[in-house]
Design a protein around this ligand. Structure first.
Ligand code: NAG
Ligand code: NAG
Length: 417
């Protein structure tokens, strides 16, 4: 054997860590609104996998529809991270091709106070090749340490450790790491087996400005998230949380984007209050990412909704399991969902398609299905969940790691088109 094509491919993949991003001076160049929406086989597979019944018949009847983009379909981490590198240009283009009407950029700041798209301020060691670039690894909060003496490999690299130019030189990769790694190159591996490394070939990292230009060229809407800083604020003694929250909004204003196309998010309640006070036009569509039940229990989360409504919050965005529960073998709206609806709060939820095969979810549990684990057994059950969220809970939209799944449902039921 020796140099078979698959070996060449394996060698090519191993080299990923070494190359730095190809120059992509303008990620928006040449982009136009996408007319030919392509969903690929997954939604059709999910429908075929459903149990027989009225929902399956309805979804089945939409198989030959021409698909359109939908704002109900919100691209999580670009919309393609099930298969494409985290928050990359490539993930966003996959999401847009799969009909996501709203593209996400989670926002973090660099050392030179520029805003960039990353899922966390300090995830560069799992979402980029930084640890494999010695001069940048050195700048990390915690540079790569190999696994040794039964202890796992460690690293912690934050956007605030490096400049925008340095960030732009990184490759975006699948969000994963190899805890047993003894070399930086091995640390980059570890993608779960139901995702893929097929496109893990140096994704293009994006600044917020580039993300805006790209989304604008595609004619789509924006959902930026102000990531809660993982360094003490004020950063550098003068960059306060308020300055950060304001710079985030100003970036959209400077690009001439209407607030009606921007769905700002934050887990930090004070950010939402800041926008309500200082940027009311943007606050109208701002969503409070609610994970209070994870720490204080569901009763506390339900109780808090009254306060959010009184404070003027318009949209709450809890994770999927807050909104549904199981009753007599069926998925039904939760107390949280009922209370939010009663108060007139709008609801957006996250994130579909992060969990892998549902048989594994049923057997082993998974955060996103934690309230309905017992009654989901097969992949087709994903659409039972989507259907309850859409038609009984009445969510405005749904984040997904694979936009096609949500776009298909939205087209079939005429949502957000
Ligand atoms: C993880 O790292 C170890 C040690 O460097 C290596 O032997 C192993 O193949 C790596 N695992 C993966 C999934 O690449
Ligand atoms: C909501 O409830 C929890 C626990 O009861 C509390 O700690 C928190 O401050 C409340 N408010 C917000 C805005 O999350």
């Amino acid at each position: 054997m020796h140099f078979t094509p698959s070996l060449v491919a394996a060698v090519g993949l191993a080299a990923v860590g070494q190359v730095s991003a190809k120059p992509c001076p303008n990620p928006a160049a040449g982009l136009k609104p996408i007319k030919q929406i392509e969903l690929g086989p997954r939604p059709y597979y999910l429908v075929d996998n459903m149990e027989d019944g009225p929902l399956k018949s309805m979804l089945d009847s939409c198989k030959e529809m021409k698909m359109k983009p939908s704002t109900f379909s919100i691209a999580h981490r670009g919309g393609g991270p099930l298969q494409f590198p985290e928050h990359s240009r490539e993930s966003n283009l996959a999401g847009a091709r799969m009909g996501a009407g709203v593209l996400e950029c989670d926002v973090a700041f660099t050392k030179d106070l520029e805003l960039v798209c990353r899922h966390s301020q300090c995830d560069l060691h799992t979402t980029t090749n930084i640890v494999n670039i010695p001069e940048l690894n050195k700048k990390c909060t915690t540079p790569f340490q190999p696994a040794a003496n039964g202890k796992p490999a460690t690293a912690k690299c934050c956007t605030s450790d490096i400049t925008l130019a340095e960030f732009k030189s990184l490759c975006s990769k699948m969000d994963a790491f190899n805890a047993s790694a003894t070399t930086p190159a091995d640390y980059l591996k570890g993608t779960s087996n139901w995702r893929t490394d097929l496109y893990n070939t140096c994704g293009t990292t994006l600044s917020l400005k580039e993300h805006i230009a790209m989304t604008e060229a595609l004619g789509l809407q924006f959902t930026p998230e102000l990531k809660t800083p993982e360094v003490p604020m004020p950063f550098k003694g003068h960059y306060t949380q308020e300055k950060y929250a304001q710079q985030f909004i100003d970036t959209f204003k400077e690009a001439g984007i209407s607030p009606s196309r921007v769905w700002a998010q934050s887990f930090l309640y004070d950010d939402i209050l800041y926008w309500l006070k200082h940027e009311p036009k943007f606050a109208k569509q701002a969503m409070y990412l609610d994970e209070i039940a994870d720490f204080s229990g569901m009763d506390a989360a339900v109780k808090n909704l009254t306060q959010y409504h009184a404070d003027g919050v318009k949209i709450v965005a809890p994770p999927l399991p807050y909104l549904v529960t199981s009753k007599n073998g069926k998925i039904v709206p939760s107390e949280y969902a009922k209370k939010a609806n009663k108060l007139g709060l709008k609801i957006i939820t996250w994130s579909l398609e992060r969990s892998g095969p549902i048989a594994g979810v049923h057997a082993n549990g998974d955060y996103y299905y934690s309230s309905i684990q017992d009654i989901v057994t097969r992949d087709g059950d994903i659409y039972n969940l989507v259907d309850v969220l859409a038609r009984q809970v009445g969510v405005l939209g749904m984040f997904s790691d694979w936009s096609a799944t949500v776009t298909y449902y939205a087209n079939c039921f005429g949502l957000g088109l």
